[in-house]
Design a protein around this ligand. Structure first.
Ligand code: HEC
Length: 160
């Protein structure tokens, strides 16, 4: 699990850690249920070699964890740390070589996702500390711009 590694105002101590742990406890209680029959599935299918698909899905799961951690940090008032984490884990491609297996439209959505994370990271650097009402609004808008990319791509593609 990634830590932000700074000590500003206790942002890596108990306050933030408690939030992150709560997120993991929740994850542990979530169970998967059924999927829709493939024939009813409108998403475009991308076929990947086994090991690429595994790397890809593993990478996706880190996106979920990162998103959770970013939200926990923001909720704890550790706004700048949230930005650092979003930039490190979501704004910059991880160089896993997955992109070349993907259609151009998929890659475009991936870039839009990285840009949204980068925009959010920039917002965290410009809002007042602690954020005022307008600052909180920009932060939420910035996070929502990221999750819109998650949701948009998930609605459009599946992998096998
Ligand atoms: C550019 C496209 C794209 C973006 C952006 C994207 N995903 Fe995904 N993600 C996928 C695809 C495709 C799958 C596989 C879905 C399937 O086959 O049913 C997937 C699967 C997942 C999974 C399931 C992993 C598994 O082990 O089965 C999680 C969790 C996930 N994504 C989280 C996220 C989160 C959180 C974000 C945003 C912060 C995000 N993804 C952004 C395309 C994307």
């Amino acid at each position: 699990m990634t830590r932000t590694g700074t000590t500003r105002r206790g942002c890596t101590t108990a306050k933030c850690a408690a939030g992150l742990l709560a997120g993991f406890a929740l994850l542990a209680t979530t169970a998967a249920v059924r999927a829709a029959p493939e024939s009813d599935d409108p998403r475009l299918l991308i076929t990947l070699p086994d090991e690429v698909r595994q790397t890809f899905l593993e990478h996706m799961r880190t996106h979920m964890t990162t998103l959770d951690q970013v939200l926990q940090l923001v909720g704890s008032g550790c706004v700048k740390e949230a930005g650092v984490l979003a930039r490190k884990e979501m704004a910059i491609g991880q160089g896993l070589g997955i992109g070349r297996h993907m259609p151009a439209e998929f890659r475009e959505m991936g870039f839009a996702f990285h840009r949204a994370a980068d925009d959010f990271a920039r917002v965290t650097q410009t809002v007042a500390d602690p954020p005022d009402a307008a600052g909180w609004k920009s932060l939420m808008t910035g996070i929502a711009a990221i999750t819109t990319q998650c949701a948009g791509c998930h609605g459009a593609y599946r992998v096998r």
